[in-house]
Write a protein that binds this ligand. Structure first.
Ligand code: PFF
Length: 446
C-alpha cells in the first residue's frame, strides 16, 4: 500500500470530519438515557471530567498514531512498532478496534433505523395532537414489530455502506459543513422552548446539581465508557481519519474544538429532553426510548411542530450517518490491509454487521428472552459492553503505544505543537489518563 494517502481538503474539513464522527446518537440519544439511568448530575460531572482528562488526550494519541503512520490502523501500528523496535504484535490493537466498532455498528444501525421510522412518521404528521401516553405506546408497538425494525436497519446500513465503498474523504466534507450548524441551531431552539416548560427548573437541577451518594463505581465506569463513546475514541476509528490529516494542522486545537462542540450538543439535547421528562411526570430512567418519546411530545406543542420534528429527525439521521461511516471505516481499512479490494471489503463488512444487527433488532420482540450473558439480551449487551469496556481498553492501549512506545521525535512531529507542547501532552497521558483509565476499568469490573 502506498504510504501517502489522499488528504482532507483543509484544516476545517478535518475538524468537521472528526466532529461528524463524534456527534451522533451518542450525544442526542445515548447521553440522556444513560445519564437518566445513572443519576443525572453525578454522571454528567464525571463524564465531563473524563472527556477532559481522558477523552481529549487519548483522542490526540489516536489521531497522532494515524497521522504518523499514514495507513490503515493495523498497518500503521505494525509499521510504527517496527520502526520503534517494539513488538509487531501491536498491530493486533487495530484488529481489536475493528472488532469493537463491529459490535457498536451492529446496534447503532438498528437505532439509526428508528430515526428513519420517526422521520417518516413525523413527515406524515403521525404525532400531531397525540398525547404523551399515545406516543409512548406507539414507540413500544414499533419496537415489537421485527419486520419494520429490520427493514430500517437494512436501509440505514445500505446508506452507510454506499458512502464507505466510495471512499470517505470526499463525500463527507460538504455534508458536515452544512449539517453541524443546522443541527446546533435546532437544538438551541429546542432548549429555548424547554425553558418555557414547567419541568425546566427541575431538569436543570437534576442535570447540574450532583449528589455525591449517586457516585458508585458502576456510574463512574458508565461515565468513562460514555466519554470514549461520544468522542469516538478507543476503536482506532479516528486513527483511520488521522491518516488523512493535513501536515500543518495543530492536533490539540482540533481535539479541544471537537470535544467542546460534542459536549455542548449533548447538554442542549439533555436540557430539552429532561425538561419534557419532568414536565410530563415521566421517569428519567426510562431507557433507550427516552429521546424517541420525549422529543415528539416537545415538538407537538410547538407551532409547526410536525415540520420541526421532521427537520430534527432528518438532521439526527445525517449526524448518525456520519458517525456510522466512521464506525465502518476501520473495519474496511483493516480488510483492505489484507489486500482485499475496497468494494469487496465493504460488502463483507456490511453483510456481517447486518446479520449480527438482526439479533439487536429482534431483542425487543422475538429474542427478548434470549439472554446469553449477565441476564441481558443481545441489544443490552452490545450497547453496553463495547462502549463501557472495549473502548476504554482500546483507548488505554492506544495511549500506552503513543506515550510510551512511539519514539519521541515521531510522536512530537505528529502532534504538531513543538517540543514543550509534546512533553506536556505526554505527561498528562502517562501520569493521568493511563492510570485513571486502568483504575476505573478495574474497579468497575470488580
Ligand atoms: N461518537 C459516536 C456518537 O456519539 O454517536 C459513536 C461512535 C463513533 C463511537 C465512532 C465510536 C466510534 F469509533
Amino acid at each position: 500500500m502506498s504510504k501517502t494517502l489522499e488528504r482532507w481538503g483543509s484544516k476545517r474539513a478535518f475538524i468537521l470530519a472528526v466532529t461528524g464522527a463524534a456527534v451522533g446518537l451518542g450525544n442526542i440519544w445515548r447521553f440522556p438515557y444513560v445519564a437518566g439511568e445513572n443519576g443525572g448530575a453525578a454522571f454528567l460531572l464525571i463524564y465531563v471530567a473524563f472527556v477532559i482528562l481522558l477523552g481529549i488526550p487519548v483522542m490526540m494519541a489516536e489521531i497522532l498514531i494515524g497521522r504518523a503512520g499514514r495507513r490503515g490502523p493495523m498497518q500503521a501500528l505494525g509499521a510504527l512498532a517496527a520502526e520503534a523496535g517494539a513488538s509487531r504484535h501491536w498491530r493486533w490493537l487495530g484488529l481489536f478496534g475493528a472488532f469493537t466498532v463491529f459490535c457498536i455498528l451492529s446496534f447503532y444501525s438498528v437505532v439509526s433505523g428508528w430515526s428513519i421510522e420517526f422521520l417518516v412518521a413525523s413527515i406524515n404528521g403521525n404525532f400531531r395532537g397525540a398525547s404523551a401516553a399515545e406516543i409512548g405506546a406507539g414507540f413500544d408497538a414499533f419496537l415489537a414489530n421485527p419486520g419494520l425494525l429490520i427493514f430500517n436497519h437494512t436501509l440505514f446500513l445500505l446508506m452507510t455502506m454506499v458512502v464507505v465503498a466510495a471512499g470517505v474523504a470526499k463525500g463527507l466534507e460538504r455534508l458536515n459543513n452544512l449539517l453541524m450548524p443546522l443541527l446546533y441551531g435546532l437544538l438551541l431552539l429546542l432548549a429555548a422552548y424547554a425553558a418555557t416548560t414547567s419541568g425546566f427548573g427541575t431538569a436543570l437541577s437534576w442535570l447540574f446539581l450532583p449528589s455525591l451518594e449517586a457516585l458508585t463505581p458502576s456510574v463512574v465506569l458508565h461515565a468513562m465508557g460514555h466519554a470514549f463513546f461520544t468522542l469516538a475514541v478507543g476503536a482506532c476509528a479516528l486513527m483511520a481519519y488521522g491518516a488523512y490529516m493535513p501536515d500543518e494542522q495543530s492536533l490539540p486545537r482540533a481535539a479541544v474544538a471537537v470535544a467542546v462542540l460534542d459536549i455542548s450538543v449533548a447538554l442542549l439535547a439533555g436540557i430539552a429532553i429532561f425538561s419534557v421528562v419532568f414536565s410530563q411526570g415521566m421517569d428519567p430512567a426510562d431507557g433507550p426510548g427516552l429521546m424517541f418519546v420525549t422529543l415528539p411530545i416537545a415538538f407537538s406543542e410547538l407551532p409547526w411542530g410536525s415540520l420541526w420534528l421532521s427537520v430534527f429527525f432528518l438532521l439526527l439521521l445525517l449526524a448518525t450517518w456520519t458517525s456510522a461511516i466512521n464506525l465502518a471505516e476501520p473495519m474496511v481499512a483493516t480488510l483492505q490491509g489484507f489486500g482485499w479490494r475496497r468494494s469487496v471489503s465493504t460488502a463483507v463488512v456490511a453483510l456481517s454487521v447486518w446479520s449480527i444487527g438482526l439479533l439487536s433488532a429482534l431483542s425487543f420482540s422475538t429474542l427478548a428472552d434470549f439472554r446469553p450473558l449477565l441476564g441481558r439480551n443481545v441489544f443490552e449487551l452490545v450497547s453496553s459492553i463495547p462502549p463501557d469496556i472495549f473502548l476504554p481498553l482500546g483507548g488505554l492501549l492506544i495511549a500506552i503505544f503513543a506515550a510510551w512506545v512511539l519514539p519521541r521525535s515521531a510522536a512530537a512531529a505528529a502532534l504538531g505543537v513543538g517540543e514543550r507542547g509534546y512533553l506536556c501532552w505526554r505527561n498528562v497521558v502517562r501520569w493521568v489518563s493511563i492510570p485513571l483509565t486502568l483504575m476505573v476499568l478495574l474497579s468497575g469490573l470488580l
